[in-house]
Design a protein around this ligand. Structure first.
Ligand SMILES: Cc1cc2nc3c(=O)[nH]c(=O)nc-3n(C[C@H](O)[C@H](O)[C@H](O)COP(=O)(O)OP(=O)(O)OC[C@H]3O[C@@H](n4cnc5c(N)ncnc54)[C@H](O)[C@@H]3O)c2cc1C
Length: 449
């Protein structure tokens, strides 16, 4: 990196907004890629030259213009909680941390417009004041930024009802490009699909408008089952039924619950499988009653009045499940896959037959492009890369299609992204290929470009 660029950056954004200390730069060059032993090996020595933390949209724009002028690689960072190395700078250059761009612009009936660096928990607090709530958010909402979620996430709590990010959960984005002269664009409709889950390769999102809904009183509930198939079948009924209002339906196979230290004491034995749910207060009683038909027993309830007080049920779901497993034993890693709605249990039986307890099931019910799906986040006892891909191949062969979380390459991880459109957008917005280098497969490698 040339020293002049560093000096100019300091002049542009102010000394206090430039991080040069090696250990802090190193920390801000990482995310949670170490969930994957494969990514851990590949990415653990990657580091930016330094980090810029702009405190206004004007300084951000000026810093980006400087990077374009000097042809310096730029990697945008929210909170750095992504799991695939999305926020890791592959070729040095600058990491631009957006967490100081954290202001609410407007909250109206049915929408919130905010700066991209706002943490989702803070956004939620502001939305709650208006008696409204978010549609979907990741289980990392305390730390994660809304811009990072839109650019690097997929779905989370709420997705069982409202779908993933690309299902109408982003209404508008304000974006800065890396053209010769940095431009600001307002993006809506179909075009949003070239920014959602694009790892900031097509532009820098500075502002996001999301839909919000009237607030519900959510009860959190943990139900225990002696048999996994009963837990799964009952969770399916909850997920499918339009009668019950829910924002979270998760299932974990035994002995995963024993990794949840705060919940362990509530369990009678270590062979229990759990369903973890967030359900509207008015539907809660019925759920607990109906669970009895499936031999399910309520073991822990958090009333609506205690929502967001202390540890919540969602702290054990989505990729937090994997985190608890890793705390218990570093050998665990995970996969992401879609089981079949009709044949999910049969697929899981086939997997068990072949791999036994090398795989433990964790399922999140979600909607993707209008379709209800039992989405797997199974834990895998890691042996080797070869064995992991043997497992992935088997999942794919039986139709339990995998979105590979062990790659930092956009598109290789699955999610049915519009890679051609994203590639075209990158060419248009980032003609010098400065944004998040090496995350998008080479232009020519993408079919039809
Ligand atoms: C324990 C755990 C649980 C998780 N649970 C979920 C979950 O439930 N659902 C889910 O979807 N994900 C989940 N994740 C992944 C991640 O936490 C979320 O996707 C989160 O929303 C990312 O936000 P962030 O601010 O940390 O983004 P970062 O990790 O900082 O960035 C993500 C990507 O977006 C880019 N980026 C960031 N901000 C911008 C911007 N303003 N403009 C353009 N590009 C930008 C970055 O370069 C990077 O490529 C989980 C991760 C962990 C470790």
């Amino acid at each position: 990196m040339n020293d002049d660029f560093m000096k100019m950056s300091i002049e542009t954004v102010g000394t206090e907004n430039v991080v040069q200390e090696a250990d802090v730069v190193s920390k801000l060059s990482k995310d949670y890629y170490w969930y994957s032993p494969i990514l851990d090996k590949k990415l653990n020595n990657k580091k930016a030259d330094y980090v810029i933390v702009p405190d206004s949209e004007e300084t951000l724009k000026a810093a980006l213009q400087l990077a374009v002028n000097e042809k310096i690689p730029v990697t945008i960072r929210g909170a750095g909680t992504g799991n695939y190395g999305q926020a890791v700078p592959m070729t040095g250059g600058v990491v631009v941390d957006l967490t100081k761009l954290n202001q609410i612009k407007e909250i109206g009936e049915g929408f919130a417009r905010v700066q991209a660096g706002m943490r989702i928990r803070d956004l939620e607090k502001n939305v709650h004041i208006t008696d409204q709530e978010l549609t979907i958010y990741p289980s990392t909402f305390v730390k994660a930024t809304i811009g990072g979620f839109v650019s690097g996430g997929s779905g989370g709590i709420g997705s069982v009802t409202w779908g993933n990010l690309w299902d109408g959960n982003v209404l508008e984005a304000k974006v800065l490009t890396m053209e010769e002269t940095v431009q600001e664009k307002v993006v809506t409709g179909e075009e949003l699909l070239t920014y959602i889950h694009s790892y900031g390769t097509t532009g820098i999102i500075t502002e996001v408008t999301i839909p919000i809904k009237p607030k519900t009183r959510w009860v959190q509930e943990v139900i225990s089952f002696a048999h996994f198939h009963e837990a799964f079948e009952f969770s399916k009924i909850i997920a499918e039924s339009p009668r019950w209002k829910k924002r979270l339906v998760s299932i974990v196979e035994a002995p995963i619950p024993t990794f949840f230290r705060p919940l362990k004491k509530m369990m009678q034995n270590h062979e229990e499988h759990l369903i973890l749910i967030e359900i509207a207060e008015e539907d809660h009683g019925q759920i607990v009653e109906q669970a009895l038909n499936w031999n399910g027993k309520s073991i822990h309830t958090i009333g609506a009045e205690d929502y967001r007080k202390g540890i919540g049920i969602s702290d054990f779901t989505w990729n937090h499940t994997t985190l608890w497993a890793l705390k218990a034993d570093k050998k665990w890693t995970y996969l992401q896959n879609f089981f079949s709605l009709e044949k999910g249990l049969a697929q899981m039986e086939q997997i068990k037959e072949r791999f036994g307890d090398e795989i433990l099931f964790h399922v999140e019910w979600l909607k993707d492009r209008g379709k209800l799906i039992p989405a797997g986040l199974p834990l895998i006892k890691y042996e080797s890369k070869e064995r992991l891909y043997e497992i992935i191949d088997f999942f794919n062969e039986i139709g339990a299609s995998v979105n590979d979380p062990h790659t930092y390459l956009l598109g290789a991880g699955g999610w049915n992204l519009q890679l051609e459109a994203i590639t075209k957008k990158k060419r248009e917005n980032d003609p010098f290929d400065l944004l998040n280098q090496e995350k998008l497969p080479a232009y020519d490698a993408v079919k039809g470009i």
